[in-house]
Design a protein. Structure first.
Length: 136
């Protein structure tokens, strides 16, 4: 399997040992997160009672050889504008953070792995399916 950008919920499912996600990540040649996903994870950690432990585990995950962080930059903003306007014209809005995540995947030519079905409304986005058999 090739490289993929994982959505926040895929990281959470990974930490919960959700088998379809574990299988997916095991076979990925490279795994990416971006700063939007990092922000969502850190916000969730801060709102819980295991902030320090969750941050340590995330740092370990990011430090593994197959995992890298992607920046959000001017190029991402161009893809954001395309996706935003496509969804607006279709009448199928999705959360703003998810538009940034999709834009990042598209900018870098990566498949996106998410448990959110609304990404299927985005034309040209390569989505990894087969991980939504059940909610983790």
């Amino acid at each position: 399997m090739g490289s993929l950008l994982i959505d926040t919920n895929v990281y959470v499912a990974f930490k919960r040992n959700y088998q379809p996600v574990l299988n997916l990540l095991r076979h990925a040649s490279a795994i990416f997160l971006n700063t939007v996903i990092l922000g969502e994870l850190l916000a969730g950690f801060r709102g819980g009672n295991r902030d320090a432990e969750n941050r340590r585990e995330l740092d370990q995950f990011i430090d593994t050889p197959r995992v890298s962080m992607l920046p959000i930059d001017d190029g991402t903003a161009e893809f954001f504008s395309l996706v935003f306007n496509q969804l607006k014209k279709q009448g199928t809005p999705i959360p703003t953070n998810d538009i940034w995540i999709a834009a990042s995947a598209m900018q870098h030519g990566l498949a996106l792995s998410s448990l959110d079905g609304h990404f299927s409304n985005i034309a040209g986005l390569n989505i990894i399916s087969g991980i939504q058999e059940a909610t983790p």
